[in-house]
Design a protein around this ligand. Structure first.
Ligand code: SF4
Length: 270
């Protein structure tokens, strides 16, 4: 369900869905420091293989089969020019970036020349902003492609989404538009080095904080063995009504339970 057009919530979502540039920000990110965002997915419709009901970009309306016909992806040259110009301008202003983050208008690995784009970003970082880490936030649906795995391993940080520990919750909380399962995610993350998991928790009409859900999630995290887990909750109005923010104390409890059972460290961003 979407919010009625007259409500402030609708306006807030609309602003978040306004067209993106190839580079945007810098943004002071809770997880990435002062970060230049990189969007490879064009300025139009959101391009994603999930339809998470909490997504700050709104619902995913574009089918994957429509992407090639509908989306005007930037060329590699346009990507190079936009990021280069933006960083040169920031350097002149004395701005020091902590990270260049490949995120943007959906799932970044769906960009048709993703491995080549990664090389472009790394080259610019090395030349113009050597102190910055290059990071990506990905939902992990393309990890069955070896070229994507190799490209992700070229980056400094890979943050892969894991919001559920069983397929039933995965369907509710991420609503995959491709064939996806927890078993597939566990298997395909094995090719990644030093993976960081990003896990979103929510209550209300979808609740992945119940004891059995958290236990399944902990078991899955234990199988993936990430170097770190980022735990976070709602901080914007979600597209689906009836979702509720998890109290920070509950997020902390989940984090402590994970570390106690698996020894894996987690950071809570509440
Ligand atoms: S994976 Fe990310 S971009 Fe895609 S729907 Fe979920 S939150 Fe939104």
């Amino acid at each position: 369900m979407e919010f009625p057009k007259s409500t402030p919530e609708y306006q807030e979502l609309k602003e978040l869905k306004e067209p993106w540039g190839i580079s945007y920000g810098p943004i002071e990110s809770r997880r990435l420091g002062l970060s230049l965002g990189i969007n490879l997915l064009g300025g139009g419709e959101k391009v994603c293989s999930y339809d998470c009901p909490y997504c700050e970009l709104g619902f995913t309306t574009l089918k994957l089969s429509q992407i090639k016909k509908t989306i005007n992806f930037p060329t590699l040259q346009q990507v190079d020019d936009a990021i280069r110009q933006h960083i040169l301008k920031l350097n002149k202003e004395g701005v020091t970036l902590d990270s260049l983050s490949i995120v943007g208008n959906g799932e970044p690995t769906l960009y048709p020349d993703f491995p080549e784009a990664v090389e472009v970003v790394i080259k610019i970082r090395d030349e113009l902003s050597p102190q910055s880490k290059v990071s990506i936030l990905s939902n992990g649906t393309t990890l069955d492609n070896n070229k994507i795995i190799r490209a992700l391993n070229r980056l400094d940080d890979r943050m892969i989404k894991l919001d559920a520990g069983n397929d039933e919750m995965l369907k509710k909380i991420d609503n995959p538009l491709v064939r996806m399962s927890i078993a597939k995610l566990v298997q395909s993350t094995k090719g990644l080095k030093d993976v960081i998991l990003q896990s979103f928790f929510v209550q209300g009409v979808i609740d992945n904080t119940a004891t059995n859900e958290v236990e399944d999630w902990i078991e899955t995290v234990g199988l993936i063995k990430p170097k770190l887990v980022h735990i976070y909750g709602l901080d914007r109005v979600p597209p689906l009504a009836g979702l509720k923010q998890v109290p920070p104390q509950k997020l902390k409890e989940i984090s402590q339970k994970l570390t106690k059972k698996t020894g894996i460290k987690a950071l809570v961003f509440a």
